[in-house]
Design a protein around this ligand. Structure first.
Ligand SMILES: Nc1ncnc2c1ncn2[C@@H]1O[C@H](COP(=O)(O)OP(=O)(O)OP(=O)(O)O)[C@@H](O)[C@H]1O
Ligand SMILES: [Mg+2]
Length: 318
């Protein structure tokens, strides 16, 4: 953590730990006549794994580029650790590492030499640090092989190793698991969680809902440049439970009539062998009793929280 005396101009970004690490206000970016991002308000806090979730072309990379000062906003503002990425770029970059789209590394250099080059560019003059990140990313056995011979997963890990050289407080990953197999994805998720548990903030973009649900505590959903929902995953999905009741085919119509008579008429649908009632788990006993007293015995009954995917589909009406 860097604390700079207010009197010398640059205020301490972390003087208030409740202050967002990333904050955008009515952030917009227009390319010619088209808005890639429109009035986006985002907040990510220290220790968050923040997921910016949206389909191709939604504006995710554009937001990330503005967070890094690679693009200037057309309107609105973005702050990273309280600094403006365009006006105070050095202050931002000191604390941030990012992997945006496919990073360019040298295929004919070894993994280690690529890292060494990047360490030099980043002003990190510490061979022990190189070994540390190589070890951390599980690359020790292949560090002396040429980068060009690495699998996609290993290339990705080397890029993340490079991002960790400067001990960043904020790590920005644009689609970190793109092209990885399930084992590679799980590995990256594990690493992301580890980084966040050290108090760092991870800001990632993805269109993989399931993936985001597994790793992010906070998300924002972006659609055609607009943020249509954001918050803690737990809070967004709170109260969105459903009860799943397995009913024999012969009992199907009767069970539906019972649910209707119990006031659930607009709140159930069927999914394969199950009647799905939008109800909290606490209603399970009453519903089960109503069914059983009228001779319908549930083969299975359980409550399940809405997944991020279901939430997203409901939200976007897709
Ligand atoms: N430099 C540019 N000039 C013109 N249009 C651009 C530029 N960069 C992005 N766009 C447009 O802005 C929109 C948002 O693009 P962006 O790359 O931010 O989407 P994304 O959410 O990252 O998509 P993906 O999931 O495919 O990476 C797209 O319609 C894209 O074509
Ligand atoms: Mg993108």
């Amino acid at each position: 953590m860097q604390v700079v005396d207010n009197n010398v101009g640059i205020s301490s970004p972390f003087s208030n730990s409740d202050r967002p690490v990333v904050r955008t206000l009515e952030l917009s970016k227009r390319f010619k006549k088209v808005y890639a991002v429109k009035d986006a308000g985002l907040e990510a806090y220290a220790g968050d794994v923040f997921g910016l979730l949206g389909p191709n072309g939604a504006g995710k990379t554009t937001i990330i580029r503005m967070m890094l000062g690679l693009l200037a906003p057309s309107a609105g503002s973005v702050e990273v650790f309280g600094f403006s990425p365009t006006k105070q770029r050095a202050e931002v970059l000191k604390r941030v590492s990012a992997i945006v789209e496919a990073p360019a590394l040298y295929p004919s250099l070894t993994g280690r030499d690529n890292l060494k080059t990047m360490a030099m560019v980043a002003g990190v003059n510490n061979p022990a640090k190189l070994d540390e990140v190589i070890e951390k990313m599980g690359l020790a056995a292949r560090a002396k092989d040429r980068f060009g011979t690495y699998s996609l997963g290993m290339k990705q890990r080397l890029c993340i190793a490079a991002a960790l050289l400067t001990d960043p407080q904020l790590i920005i990953l644009d689609e970190p698991t793109n092209g990885l197999d399930p084992a590679g994805m799980a590995e990256i998720r594990q690493l992301i969680k580890e980084l966040a548990s050290q108090g760092r903030t991870v800001f990632l973009s993805s269109h993989l809902l399931n993936e985001v649900q597994q790793v992010c505590n906070r998300v924002a959903v972006i659609q055609k440049g607009k943020i249509i929902a954001q918050g803690l995953v737990e809070e967004l999905l709170a109260g969105k439970t459903s009860l799943r009741i397995k009913v024999l085919p012969d009992d199907w119509e009767k069970a539906k009539r019972i649910l209707q008579s119990q006031g659930w008429a607009d709140r159930f649908h069927s999914e394969e062998d199950f009647l799905v009632v939008d109800a909290p788990a606490s209603e399970g006993v009453a519903i089960n009793r109503a069914l059983a007293t009228q001779g319908v015995f549930a083969g299975e009954i359980y409550a399940r929280s809405q997944t991020l995917e279901e939430y997203y589909l409901e939200l976007t009406g897709e």
